[in-house]
Every structure is written in structure tokens, then in C-alpha cells.
Design a protein around this ligand. Structure first.
Ligand code: FAD
Length: 523
């Protein structure tokens, strides 16, 4: 099993970072000074609990030692890790805490727990790594006998490897590093590296349709999934019997992104690749974000995408966000692109050279491996920095969307304007592209502003303004963070009334009493 995250901060408590001097300087300059906002309120000692008969029923399924009611364990299963989640945790607010945390050992125990939840009308919240940033773990309590967090941490096995077909079957509770370590024993990799990699789980990746930093080379997580087993209140769904088929609509796509509302994913079969012998990440400079984006589009449409491709806009480049260890150190003018190649040495060399020819021809400047190495070194550090910035009175949060190439500039301008309009001219709005397709790309915004008296209301207003701008621009409310509870109103506008009707019908069919993650995803 993996170590627990910090209850009020991101990640491993031992890996917390102090704010670098460069970043302190930036805070002084941009937000008028450092102030101490690091106080953490103690949570209430007594939280409501399930009655003893229900607890005994759960103990009969998973064993007494896997039915946990202590405040510390429940606090760690309360909400996820968005900035509002962290602010509420720092304020000692455990109003969304589950009544109990249960840890089944296997799929059979999951089936028994789902049946128990239906029988006793308990809300059941599947819990993977707890890294949701969209309120995906905040189940509606009203109308239920209680809220049970279904922690999948003990389902942590590599079930099977098929080295001929290049697939592997994994259990959902495996965190990113553990899954990669098990696959590495067979010389294989999944290649899925979201920024939350160190703590997020295989089941969570599938349930949220996650996308990793190497999505250009390995694909989004939903593109890696070839099969799934899902326990629903109506029975077990086993999906994926061939690499491709025409056997009606692809039901796997109903489960991918279903965020625990249709069933509990108990195994995931994924396409795997050979561990790359070589990994090389180069830096390229572009005169503008538009020029760099056009270069990304050219590579994608020429079938020349590298494994990793990421482009920071002018502000993100100037702040140096691609290298969190020296954030605020100030890059040169223009926009930084990181271009990474992974694979066999000869294939990497050939692709690297071909990409370099195209990028040079389009006006890019080759900066060599130094910026790429800095990005690689700091690729999982930025979330730790968010806590250090919250500590000194800076509000930091991110949001993401995606659109077609022809709409990219309009979407970028609209979201920036909405964020600055809400947070004021003093706010810093940074953006990068890190997921690229032949037809379009994602835009990932990072926002920093001086914390207002009520930072939760401050961010809610800014996020609503940005979300309205995203939907008005015809883009998606989420490229990879999923819907949860936070995005629901805009998700409903995105898919329209017939889309909502379809989702509700599926929910009613698979989970007729609505016990699975009530209030999440389904409008
Ligand atoms: C700092 C940070 C960086 C991030 N970076 C990225 C990124 O680069 N790319 C990206 O895609 N996302 C990113 N995220 C978002 C988040 O990590 C992803 O959504 C991730 O896939 C969630 O996985 P998890 O195991 O933590 O799921 P959880 O947070 O535990 O759960 C998420 C949702 O899935 C449901 N769920 C979990 N497991 C199962 C299961 N076995 N069966 C059914 N439902 C289940 C839950 O009920 C919940 O609704 C980031 C989040 C943070 C905090």
C-alpha cells in the first residue's frame, strides 16, 4: 500500500517544499507582499457516524480491521485536492466527510458492498487516490442512511500480462508508481504520467478519462483501455473482448469517465508498451504562443508528434512555470516548448531529427536539452509549490479546456479575459498547451492572485466566469479533470437536454436506487 497524503496539502508530507527565494520575490512584486496565511484549524473531534448495526454489516463483509471510523482516516477521504478543497481542509471543515471508510480486498467484496449499500440505502463513493480536483468525491448525503467511502487501496495487483498482445490487466487501487513498477518487471510501461501520477490510481484514471504529460506519444488513458470489469447494482459488466469491434456502441466509453456513478471499476486491461531505452527532452523557443501553437498543429497533422510536447505562453514562460524549482526566475522573451522523445535509440534519433527540421523551418530556436531536463526534474513539483503559495496569501488554482485549432486563439483570449475580469488586473494568468491532436489541443490555465478576504468566493466567481466563457466559445468544460460536482452546470449545457436524458437513463438502469456517488456527474 502507498503512503497517505497530507490531509490539508498536496502529496507526501516529507516532500513539501519551501517557497524558493525567486518565488518570494515574485509574490512581493506582483501581490504586494508576503503574509502568513498558513494557519490550519483543528477539525471537530466528533463526526457523525453510522449506527452500530450498519457498521457490523460492513464488518461482516470486509473484516473489522477494514472498517474505519476514526477522524484522521475520514479526513483523508474528504473531498479531493483542488484549491477550494485545500482551503476547506485548512479551515478544519469536514462537513463532507464520509461516515465510514471501508477497504474491500477484492472484486467479490466490492460486489457484496454494493449490494449492502443498495439494501440499506447508503451512498457509496468509490475512492482511488483522492486527487479529484472537480468535487468528484463529494457525494450528496441528503436522502441516504449514510455515506460510505469505498477505498480501493487493497485492490492493488497486476492480474495478468499478455506480452504477445501487449496488454496488461491491473486492479484499480494501484497508484501510478506502483503500476509502473509492476509493469517494469516485465520490461513494460503504461506511459501515463499526469501531474498527479504519484498518488492517483488506475481506477481513478479510467473513471475520469485522465490525460498524462506524455499523451502525444502514449495516448490519453481512455485510449489505452481495452477492457474493464465494473460492478454495478444491476450486475457485473465485463467489457472488451477484442482489439476493435462493431458490436454496437462501445460500452467501455460509458464506463470511462463515469466517475463512480454507474459502477465500481474492479479491473482495467490496458495496452502497454516496451520500456523506452532512451528518453530525451529538448527545449525550443518561439517568438509567440501563436507561432508555437501553429508548429504543434503542423507536427500533429504531419504525423510527427513526439512523445511529450508542451508549449508555455509568454507569461508562463516569463514566470518559468515549466521549472517550478526556479519559478519567478524569469525566462527570456518568447515562449518555451518542451519536446520529448522516448523509445529505441535509432527511432528516437530519427524522429528527433525529423521534428527538428520541421520546427527549425517554422521559426523555432533549438535550446538544447537543458530546459527539457529542468522540466523533467520538476514535472511533479508544481503542486507542492501551490501549498507554499497558499501559505503566503496567494490564491493559486488551475483549469483546463480543449478546442479545435481554428478556435484556439479565440478560446485563449476569452478565458484570459474572463479570469482577469473577475480577479482584477493584478492577477497572473498563465497558460500552456500539453495535449495535442490532429484537430485541436487543450489549454491549461494557472491563475495566481492575492487572496481576498474570502478566497473560496473569490475563486468560485473567477471559475464561473471562465466556465461561462468556455461554453460560450463552444469548447469543452474539461479536457481531463472530469466533471465531478463542480463542472455539472456547464457540462449540462455542453451536452444539451438529450445528452442529459441519455445519461440519466443509463444511471437509472444500472443504479436504480442511485446509491453510487449521488450528486456527481449526472446533471
Ligand atoms: C496536483 C494535481 C495534478 C493533476 N494533474 C492531472 C493531470 O495531469 N492529468 C489528469 O488527467 N488529471 C490530473 N489531475 C486530476 C486527478 O489526478 C485525476 O482526475 C485522476 O485521474 C484521479 O484519480 P484518483 O485515483 O485520484 O481518483 P479519485 O480522486 O479517488 O476519484 C476521482 C473520481 O473517480 C471515481 N473513482 C475512483 N476510482 C474508481 C473506481 N475504481 N471505480 C469507479 N469510480 C472510481 C471517484 O468516485 C471520483 O468520482 C490532477 C490533480 C491534482 C490534485
Amino acid at each position: 500500500m502507498t503512503s497517505e497524503m497530507h490531509p490539508q496539502r498536496w502529496g507526501d508530507p516529507a516532500a513539501a517544499v519551501a517557497l524558493p527565494d525567486t518565488a518570494r520575490g515574485l509574490v512581493e512584486l506582483a501581490f504586494g507582499g508576503i503574509r502568513d496565511a498558513s494557519a490550519v484549524a483543528a477539525p471537530a473531534d466528533e463526526l457523525p457516524s453510522l449506527d452500530d448495526a450498519l457498521l457490523d454489516g460492513l464488518r461482516a463483509v470486509v473484516g473489522a480491521e477494514h472498517v474505519l471510523t476514526d477522524t484522521a482516516t475520514r479526513a483523508l477521504r474528504t473531498r479531493g485536492k483542488s484549491t477550494p478543497d485545500l482551503l476547506r481542509a485548512r479551515a478544519g471543515d469536514l462537513t463532507d466527510a464520509p461516515d465510514v471508510v471501508v477497504r474491500p480486498a477484492d472484486a467479490a467484496e466490492v460486489e457484496a458492498l454494493v449490494a449492502f449499500a443498495v439494501e440499506h440505502h447508503l451512498a457509496l463513493v468509490p475512492f482511488g487516490g483522492g486527487t479529484s480536483v472537480t468535487g468528484g468525491l463529494v457525494a450528496r448525503r441528503e436522502g441516504f442512511a449514510g455515506v460510505v467511502s469505498l477505498d480501493l487501496v487493497r485492490l492493488d495487483r497486476l492480474v495478468a500480462v499478455d506480452p504477445v498482445s501487449m496488454t496488461a490487466t491491473l486492479e484499480p487501487g494501484l497508484r501510478g508508481p506502483a503500476a509502473e513498477a509492476l509493469l517494469a518487471e516485465h520490461g513494460l510501461t503504461l506511459g501515463h504520467y499526469p501531474q498527479s501520477f504519484e498518488h492517483a490510481s488506475i481506477g481513478g484514471f479510467a473513471a475520469t478519462r485522465s490525460s498524462g504529460q506524455a499523451s502525444a506519444g502514449y495516448g490519453r488513458f481512455d485510449a489505452l483501455v481495452v477492457g474493464l470489469t465494473v460492478v454495478t447494482p444491476s450486475g457485473v459488466l465485463t467489457l472488451g473482448s477484442a482489439p476493435a469491434d462493431a458490436a454496437g456502441p462501445d460500452l467501455r466509453q460509458l464506463v470511462l469517465g463515469s466517475e463512480g456513478t454507474l459502477g465500481v471499476i474492479t479491473s482495467v486491461t490496458v495496452r502497454v508498451r516496451r520500456l523506452p531505452a532512451v528518453k530525451v527532452y529538448d527545449g525550443w523557443r518561439w517568438p509567440s504562443f501563436a507561432a508555437g501553437s501553429d508548429a504543434m498543429r503542423t507536427l500533429a497533422q504531419a504525423g510527427l508528434l513526439p512523445t511529450v510536447i508542451r508549449l508555455s505562453d509568454e507569461t508562463e514562460t516569463a514566470i518559468n512555470l515549466a521549472d517550478p524549482d526556479s519559478i519567478g526566475a524569469g525566462g527570456d522573451a518568447g515562449c518555451l516548448m518542451v519536446v520529448g522523445h522516448e523509445g529505441e535509440p535509432s527511432a528516437v534519433a530519427a524522429r528527433r531529427a525529423a521534428v527538428a527540421v520541421v520546427l527549425t523551418g517554422l521559426g523555432g530556436t533549438d535550446l538544447g536539452e537543458e530546459p527539457g531536463r529542468a522540466w523533467e526534474h520538476g514535472r511533479f513539483h508544481a503542486p507542492y509549490l501551490r501549498d507554499s503559495l497558499l501559505d503566503v496569501g496567494v490564491l493559486v488554482e488551475t483549469l483546463e479546456t480543449a478546442t479545435f485549432w481554428s478556435q484556439r486563439q479565440g478560446l485563449y483570449d476569452a478565458v484570459r479575459a474572463a479570469l482577469v475580469g473577475s480577479l482584477g488586473e493584478g492577477a497572473l494568468v498563465l497558460c500552456h498547451v500539453s495535449h495535442v491532436y490532429e484537430t485541436g489541443c487543450s489549454l491549461y490555465f494557472t491563475v495566481a492572485a492575492r487572496q481576498a478576504e474570502d478566497p473560496l468566493a473569490q475563486w468560485a466567481a473567477a471559475k464561473a466566469a471562465a466556465s461561462d466563457a468556455i461554453i460560450a466559445a463552444g469548447a469543452t468544460i474539461t479536457h481531463h479533470h472530469a466533471v465531478g460536482t463542480d463542472h455539472k452546470p456547464w457540462f449540462a449545457r455542453e451536452i444539451g437536454p438529450v445528452g442529459v436524458q441519455v445519461l440519466r437513463a443509463v444511471k437509472d438502469s444500472l443504479d436504480p436506487t442511485g446509491v453510487l456517488n449521488p450528486g456527481v456527474l449526472i446533471p
